[in-house]
Design a protein around this ligand. Structure first.
Ligand SMILES: [Zn+2]
Length: 129
């Protein structure tokens, strides 16, 4: 059975930036967070914010659309990047900052590929033994 609880104050939705109310649904002992947007004539739109978010910490990152997630969420790094990408699409950077960011992302991508290649190599070695 789902229990619902809404925030009493209107908040800026970390996903879409519109004002709404944070709603928590408790399903089988886990908490799932939504931002509910009332769009007139009883119409509601829900933005899913994810499970086990750190609601209060996330408010400080609302502008960037970042919703901080619990350690149990192993995919959170992807969600964080998606939020940053969405933010950058809505808020273009100064050219200098854009170049600095692109450089950092290229370094990161290179490092991640190297790491993945090494780890796969280890797994292959262990599999052969
Ligand atoms: Zn929203």
């Amino acid at each position: 059975m789902a229990e619902k609880k809404s925030s009493s104050k209107k908040v800026k939705c970390p996903r879409c930036g519109a004002l709404g109310w944070i709603q928590v649904k408790r399903i089988s002992g886990r908490y799932y967070y939504y931002c509910v947007h009332y769009e007139g004539k009883g119409k509601r739109r829900y933005c899913y914010l994810g499970p086990d978010i750190y609601e209060y910490a996330s408010r400080t990152h609302a502008r960037e659309g970042l919703v901080l997630r619990g350690l149990s969420d192993r995919e959170r790094v992807i969600a964080y990047l998606d939020a940053i990408i969405m933010y950058l699409e809505r808020n273009p950077l100064e050219p200098e900052l854009a170049e600095r960011l692109a450089e950092k992302l290229e370094q990161l991508a290179k490092g991640l590929r190297e790491y993945a290649r090494k780890e796969r190599g280890k797994e292959a070695e262990e599999g052969a033994n």
